[in-house]
Design a protein around this ligand. Structure first.
Ligand code: ACO
Length: 370
């Protein structure tokens, strides 16, 4: 019996704080007009001091679980895709696992920049299709404002903070994830990177002085690469799903630049109306942009059960990829899952586990002494 991986839950979380183009124009030499016409961005969301990648990820993840009517304790796998993780380690996924009380889940981070959500989705779907897992929570989350150089007008105009999440569930019902196409070309690694703070350039006074902990980008080259790969990846997954371009009701692309999306539409000979575009309000939220756009498309009534859609992205690495899927839509309503209860139970469990570890440590030292 074949097993299929269905998207049964989705959710998004963005900070309340809005940073407009005019506000950026008071920080660096640029203008609202330049940013809007060259990128399509009008404003972006910026995390406040209490918010972080894990807090946004947990919020989006919980919304997706509510939509899927799935208890956190029933989640088998959590993948958080991010380029602005909570720490170098432990993984942001483990922090999220504790925050949402998903005490039976494996958790890890995935690094494929803006293509990360596509990579994570495909990986999670494969584990469902093999029978290894029954459910997975896939989250794309970023607080890029923390790694953007706010004095560099080439990059600071582009990025924003946010998170989006999908719940995937295994089912014998045909549909869900249909096909995927993932690629990488590391020869373009230096075109978009944060060069400091890793093992190549460990954090030091010098790396900080040189701004190596900020995003550095060759915008023109990334632009050329993106326009090359977006339509090609979309065509590839449509073909692999044995569909034609006219079977696709919506293409939901990574929101990096309106001109890149327009070039993809032209390459696919599709009207812009068949694309979901919300870059104006959020800027480039990297790996979070696709699940945020999907969540909004659903809320806007643009996604119906049975629709064939394509999600397509590109980013640092270089990486690029796409997935084709049949939209499952909301499941018939069952008993509402009280997520707050699981969150509270998770918090209590975390507290108890910390104390148990402390007591065990004291006991261990005591028994060694006597
Ligand atoms: N305001 C005003 N002028 C600017 C600004 C700005 N914010 N930024 C650059 N300029 C100037 C440049 O200095 C240049 O001036 P010059 O001609 O005197 O040298 C001129 O505008 C044109 O610069 P370009 O770099 O050619 O501008 P372009 O039209 O390529 O737009 C942009 C730049 C928006 C960055 C574009 O190249 C782009 O979107 N690239 C893709 C970036 C991207 O998608 N990155 C994310 C990938 S996803 C991930 O992994 C995170």
């Amino acid at each position: 019996m074949s097993v299929y991986a269905h998207v049964t839950g989705w959710g998004m979380a963005v900070p309340d704080k809005i940073l407009t183009n005019d506000a950026i124009a008071s920080m660096v030499e640029t203008s609202d007009e330049w940013i809007r016409t060259r990128t399509g961005v009008r404003e972006r969301r910026i995390a406040n001091d209490e918010e972080s990648t894990a807090s946004l990820a947990a919020k989006a993840g919980m919304k997706a679980l509510v939509k899927a009517q799935l208890k956190p304790t029933d989640v088998d796998l959590i993948i958080v895709s991010t380029s602005s993780p909570e720490y170098l380690f432990p993984s942001t996924a483990s922090i999220v696992q504790n925050k949402i009380g998903a005490s039976n889940a494996a958790a890890f981070d995935l690094s494929a920049a803006c293509t990360g959500f596509i990579y994570a989705l495909d990986l999670a779907a494969q584990t469902l299709k093999t029978g290894a897992n029954k459910s997975a929570l896939v989250i794309g989350a970023e607080t890029l404002s923390r790694i953007v150089n706010w004095t560099d007008r080439n990059t600071c105009i582009l990025f924003g903070d946010g998170a989006g999440a999908f719940v995937l569930q295994a089912s014998e019902e045909p549909g869900g994830m249909l096909s995927s196409y993932l690629r990488s070309d590391g020869s373009g690694a230096e075109l978009l990177m944060v060069p400091g703070g890793g093992s190549r350039n460990p954090a030091s006074l010098d790396t900080v002085k040189q701004g190596k902990h900020f995003i550095q980008m060759n915008g023109r080259e990334v632009f050329r690469f993106a326009t090359r790969v977006m339509s090609r990846a979309t065509k590839e997954v449509i073909e692999r799903a044995n569909l034609g371009i006219n079977d696709i009701s919506l293409v939901i692309p990574h929101q990096a630049n309106i001109r890149i999306i327009e070039a993809a539409a032209k390459g696919l000979k599709l009207p812009k109306e068949r694309f979901v575009i919300n870059i104006g309000r959020y800027g480039n939220t990297s790996t979070a942009s696709i699940p945020i756009a999907v969540s909004e498309a659903f809320e806007d009534g643009r996604l119906q059960a049975g629709d064939h859609i394509v999600l397509v992205g590109f980013g640092a690495g270089l990486t690029w990829g796409a997935v084709a899927l049949t939209w499952t839509g909301p499941l018939p309503e069952r008993e509402e899952v009280d997520i707050r209860r699981y969150q509270l139970m998770g918090r209590i469990r975390g507290f108890v586990m910390r104390w148990i570890r402390r007591i065990e440590g004291v006991m261990h030292r005591w028994t060694r002494r006597y």
